[in-house]
Design a protein around this ligand. Structure first.
Ligand code: C5P
Length: 227
């Protein structure tokens, strides 16, 4: 049957990407982590000294946006595409708490969103794509055939993210991770341009008490009802 577009939006650390990757693999679709693109621009701003403490020089970033090249390259060993900034693989560098703590400020800049949304729409123009983020069902692909909105309690999400960071060897404390998750949710939901909001036609899944297998089956069931 014909390929569809699957949009998965939701709060930080709801496990959107894990499920999106599994579903894409199962269907033979392309998986796109739109958050990685906002993280890549944030990483760029950090390395260029445009972010100091809580100070962020948005004007300078906007001025340089034309020379910020972001793309994905499929890694067959990992089974998904990794994000590149100006030809450098930054997949690992963008997953730090430092990037997480600035990304929502960078993502609130309209010029940044405009640039990244155009790339996302280009990647998804032939359908057969699973994209996760905050505004995929509302702004990037408002006509997506299947829209999912993932939620879970802030504590559940912080616990998951904390475990992930510790496992990769980062020196973090749980309270900072929880604070970051809550701050990002607040900034993402209250920004003027493309705030995080459930699309009217999105199906909400609260996965606080669902295993990965249960979430996978639930989404797959929704897919088969859509196709
Ligand atoms: O998905 P992830 O947590 O990696 O996204 C990082 C940040 O990027 C989010 O907190 C949000 O500020 C921003 N983002 C966005 N729109 C998207 C995806 C991510 O604003 N579609």
């Amino acid at each position: 049957s014909d390929k569809i577009t699957i949009a998965i939006d939701g709060y930080s650390s709801t496990g959107k990407s894990t499920i999106a990757k599994q579903i894409a693999k199962h269907l033979g679709y392309v998986y796109v982590d739109s958050g990685a693109m906002y993280r890549a621009v944030t990483y760029y701003a950090m390395t260029k000294g445009l972010i100091h403490e809580s100070d962020f020089n948005a004007e300078a970033l906007i001025y340089q946006l034309d020379i910020v090249h972001i793309n994905f390259k499929f890694n067959s060993e990992l089974g998904f595409a990794e994000v590149y900034l100006n030809n450098q693989n930054i997949e690992k560098a963008i997953r730090t708490l430092e990037v997480s703590s600035f990304v929502s400020k960078v993502a609130a800049v309209s010029e940044v969103r405009k640039k990244l949304v155009a790339i996302q729409q280009q990647i998804g123009k032939n359908k057969g794509v699973v994209m996760d983020g905050r505004d995929i069902g509302t702004v990037v692909f408002p006509d997506a055939e299947l829209k999912i909105f993932m939620t879970a309690s802030a504590e559940t999400r912080a616990q998951r993210r904390y475990k992930e960071l510790i496992e990769r060897g980062d020196d973090v404390v749980y309270d900072s991770v929880l604070k970051n998750v809550q701050e990002r949710d607040h900034l993402d939901s209250t920004r003027k341009d493309s705030p995080l909001v459930k699309a009217d036609d999105a199906i909400e899944i609260d996965n606080s008490n669902l295993s990965l297998q249960e979430q996978f089956e639930k989404v797959l069931q929704l897919v088969s009802m859509t196709i």
